[in-house]
Design a protein around this ligand. Structure first.
Ligand code: DX5
Ligand code: ZN
Length: 214
């Protein structure tokens, strides 16, 4: 069963509560929350306080994507503000196992991500500990970019590792996902599709969410 994770980055920031309610009511299972620090990526987005405020208006699964350096510093803040899943980048630290353990210590799910030009083989040793793997299909930092097919080998590799492990791990894709390429990434094993501009930029947001779920 495919899950859709609309990325709030592309929503109307003046009416976030309504935007979240709309996608949730139309079947979106996760809400993707992109956290950027202006260091790991050249952009700044939202922080723990904002996520804490949104937590009060929705019980949708909060899928927090940390694009920040040295993520261990902020795990507690995001966990305490309502994250259900915290995903961090392989490239952002060297204490990966420690970060995973810290996320789990709050009773929430841990994910790890690779940028398009990082070989996903680096995630293999962590598969026994992870709940989610995230394949970036654009360079992280901005919504509205073009899908990079060169990230497909990463998706195939991770799908292979997950199958081998026999564990139930979400395989998520993020960046430039739309109704055209959704079938391709699904075919290659993705079960969670992040979509920002394709959902919140659509004329009919509700209908687009439902279309993705088909
Ligand atoms: C990019 C973010 C994405 C972004 C996706 O750095 O990680 O989640 O919001 O936006 P679209 O779907 O517009 O590419
Ligand atoms: Zn993201």
């Amino acid at each position: 069963m495919i899950k859709i994770a609309p990325s709030l980055l592309a929503a109307d920031f003046s009416r976030l509560g309504e935007e979240i309610k709309n996608v949730h009511e139309n079947g979106a299972q996760y809400l993707h929350l992109d956290v950027m620090d202006g260091m790991f990526v050249p952009n700044i987005s939202l922080g723990p306080n904002m996520i804490g405020s949104l937590r009060k208006v929705s019980d949708i699964v909060f899928d927090v994507h940390l694009m920040i350096m040295d993520p261990i510093r902020y795990i507690e803040a995001f966990a305490k503000n309502g994250a259900d899943i915290i995903t961090f980048h392989y490239e952002a630290c060297d204490n990966h196992k420690e970060v995973i353990d810290k996320i789990h210590s709050f009773g929430i799910r841990a994910g790890m991500s690779v940028k398009p030009h990082t070989d996903a083989a680096v995630l293999k040793p962590f598969i026994p500990d992870l709940d989610l793997c995230l394949v970036m299909t654009v360079e992280p930092g901005f919504g509205g970019q073009k899908f990079m097919p060169e990230a497909m080998p990463n998706l195939e590799k991770l799908n292979g590792y997950i199958q081998e492990s026999g564990r139930k791990i979400d395989l998520e894709v993020d960046g430039g996902i739309n109704l055209e390429n959704a079938a391709i990434v699904k075919e290659k094993g993705a079960n969670v599709l992040v979509a920002g501009s394709a959902v919140f930029g659509a004329k009919d947001v509700a209908a687009t969410v439902r279309e993705f779920l088909k």
